[in-house]
Design a protein around this ligand. Sequence first.
Ligand SMILES: [Zn+2]
Length: 355
Amino acid sequence: MSPAELLTLLVGIPSVSGEEGPLADLVQGLIAAQGFEVKRQGHNLWFSFGKQGGSRLLLNSHLDTVPPCAGWDGDPFTPVWHGPRLQGLGANDAKGCVAAILLAAFELAQQSLAGEVVVALSAEEETGGQGIATILNQLGPLDGALVGEPTGLRICAAQRGLLVLKCTARGQSGHVANAQMLGAENAIHKAARDIGRIAAMDFPTHPLLGSQKAQVTQIQGGLRRNQVPDACEFFIDLRTSPDQDHDALAAAFQGQLESDIAVHSKRYLPKGTDPSHPLVQAALAVAGKAGPVGSATTSDWAFLGDLPAVKAGPGDTFRSHSPNEYLTLPELEAGVAFYTQVVTTFFKLRVPHEG
Ligand SMILES: [Zn+2]
């Protein structure tokens, strides 16, 4: 099957997170037809091939898409070619990566490899649900992971994490007319002081990810216009870097703010791989890039523990989750060549005396 045919097929089957079943069925059939033994749990698929006993490299991307947003020309679930561009939901994020990984795997399986390749196509990446984290312990020991996301084949060696804190400022309710006499503490005023502190906070600059500010993204407080509010709740969204610990950060916020801080979400961990690691070096060499970049968006890498990884794939992160998402055929073909060559280059670097 040609790259264009495979991508058209994948994009033509809707797979919004949680509803990847029909796409997983199709892909499972395609993999089995190539002679591989496919494992499946829920809507996650994986298979392996190559030389056992050597290095083991994971190739991962996700089958699911976000629901279509507004603004599409035509049906997001119907793939349409406009010249070299295939437009359709998921074409860029991340069915192009899935197609490229599959075609690379089918090609690599014909070669004599110095290590073993594990391909895992996950579900619910966009929602952090029943995805890669639920199958990781069944993939066996791994030496590295190539996470397929649209990076324009830039080599991403650091990825931000996500810490969401729920903050509650507490006060005493009372009639506004009597507030002064009662000394009633206004919870919104307390929250406002904290929000001023949060806006002024600085965080360490990361060499690949740059600097970052904490953002207050939602706020709610007050019941009536004439009542001193006794509670005001707001959320902080902080995109973290690999040198930051989520629990330590939450404690640091609690130490500096008057509001009560509760961790709302901390499971999307920040990730980084030493640029001198053979996997980063192999990916840079194949892509012809001088150095790695950082990525502000999270991915399945967040759930891979301490496994050295790079995130790279065909497409453009700015097309993701946007109307008229597309991937071009040259991008897809470059992705196939990239994954194929990174695998062989990584095994050469990892197993220099093989044979
Ligand atoms: Zn993605």
